[in-house]
Design a binder for this molecule. Structure first.
Ligand code: S3P
Length: 432
């Protein structure tokens, strides 16, 4: 079946395992003495790099059938690796594992590909230096990160100003081998999977939220217990199919086993505000994470919306695909406060704007706010998409073929492996 403006979305879809949870389960079960079992782990390159890093740090990980078995070692017990650790494209991997290493008495160089080497690392390492880790960055800003951890980390109180789960989680992982009480104050819109998993593994962690902030208190006086974890489906991957179903009337999609954590499903609210017909058909809680099945039965075309800056962290990875939905929605959509998008796997804000122009959609950037002048007409298309090997830009502009008169050309589609190796297989399975 060709994928173009006659295509619609249909079927019963199980999204691949969640990327954020996959990183965290490898890291945390790697610090629980004994054997943990993980199914539906995302086998994307980012997660596999975290798996290899954990092995280099002394954790035994085996795959048998579809399951992963992790034989954890205690906090503080990381091995001195015999070489530098390569994180490829993964900001989550390099930042979280920097945190983990920072409170272990080992010396490691962490590096990644050319995109990762341009992303800000100081936002994480400035906190880790405070506990006593010795850290050197390229130009004092970027990876490679030369990190000499401390076996004697100082317990501190942290305030994280940037809404970033990666910064918060790096600090939390450093706390696993820090004696005393660690407190973190951060914005409550960041994803809280590290907190939820630690709770499920019996760790001494207290989390409190008010209308704006989250307060985390940790003490390493209870051992992490091993866990048997079935990774729920990734909302950030499912977002491509859910958005595509909403923008194309006639689409009917059932989504099963979807991670429905409130910090991850902002895009569903946004699509509903635009007229997306999305219904939750079953909700349950497993290991402190909410999971749901959804039903999308789209009958009408979408309308525009306005997204407030404060709500961006709740859908930070979904703005590229929401931009495609907004292009085919009637009226002016404004996504406010997109500064964080400029430091993702690419400068996503700029690439969205440039590619929208190429396919025939008018957009403007003003002070990190993105204006998209949408309508329900097909766009000219026929463009060569510039994705700079950013997986989410590529997948978003592939979906854009549904709203273009002529299909666009995307050269080198290999970067989907980063987060969604089965993307094209799923396109052929769930489009008609
Ligand atoms: C992630 C956090 C987010 C997100 C990334 C995954 C995580 O990044 O964009 O894809 O798993 O913690 P920030 O923490 O930089 O916002």
């Amino acid at each position: 079946m060709p994928f173009n403006n006659t295509s619609y979305i249909k079927g019963t879809y199980f999204p691949p395992g969640d990327k954020s949870i996959s990183h965290r389960i490898l890291i945390l079960s790697g610090q629980a003495i004994g054997k943990s079992e993980v199914s539906n782990l995302l086998e994307g390159e980012d997660v596999i790099n975290t798996l290899k890093a954990m092995r280099l740090l002394g954790v035994r990980i085996k795959k048998k059938g579809k399951k992963y078995y992790i034989f954890g070692i205690p906090p503080g017990g990381l091995f001195q690796p015999n070489r530098s650790i390569d994180f490829g494209n993964s900001g989550t991997g390099i930042r979280l594992i920097s945190g983990l290493i920072s409170s272990n008495n080992i010396e490691v160089k962490l590096f990644g590909d050319s995109s990762l080497s341009k992303r800000p690392m100081k936002r994480v390492t400035e906190h880790l230096s405070r506990i006593g880790a010795k850290i050197e960055l390229k130009k004092d800003l970027f990876a490679p990160i030369k990190l000499k951890g401390t076996g004697n980390a100082v317990p501190l109180t942290f305030e994280v100003i940037i809404p970033s789960a990666q910064i918060k989680s790096a600090i939390m992982l450093s706390a696993l081998n820090t004696n005393g009480i660690i407190k973190i104050k951060e914005l409550k819109t960041t994803r809280d999977h590290t907190e939820n998993m630690l709770k499920s593994m019996g760790y001494n962690i207290k989390v409190r939220e008010n209308s704006k902030y989250r307060f985390i208190k940790m003490e390493n006086n209870k051992e992490l217990k091993t866990i048997n974890y079935n990774t729920p489906g990734d909302p950030s991957s499912a977002a491509f199919f859910i958005s595509a179903a909403c923008l194309k009337p006639g689409s009917k999609l059932i989504v099963k086993n979807l991670l429905f954590n409130k910090t991850r499903i902002g895009f569903i609210k946004t699509l509903k505000n635009m007229g997306g017909n999305i219904k939750v058909i079953r909700k349950r809680k497993i290991h402190n994470e909410l999971i749901a099945d959804l039903k999308i039965d789209q009958k009408k075309k979408l309308n525009s919306t306005i997204l407030k800056a404060n709500d961006v962290p709740l859908q930070v990875d979904e703005i590229p695909i929401l931009s495609i939905a907004a292009s085919f929605a009637n009226g002016l959509t404004i996504f406010k406060g997109l500064k964080e998008l400029t430091v993702k796997e690419s400068n996503r804000l700029l690439l969205i704007h440039e590619n929208l122009k190429k396919i025939g959609v008018r957009s403007e950037i003003k002070n990190y706010d993105l204006y998209i002048f949408g309508n329900n007409d097909l766009k000219k298309g026929g463009a060569i998409i510039k994705h700079n090997k950013d997986h989410r830009i590529l997948m978003s502009f592939f979906i854009a073929n549904m709203i273009c008169k002529k299909n666009n050309l995307i050269k080198d589609k290999s970067c989907v492996k980063t987060s969604y190796p089965t993307f094209f297989k799923h396109i052929s399975q769930f489009s008609g």
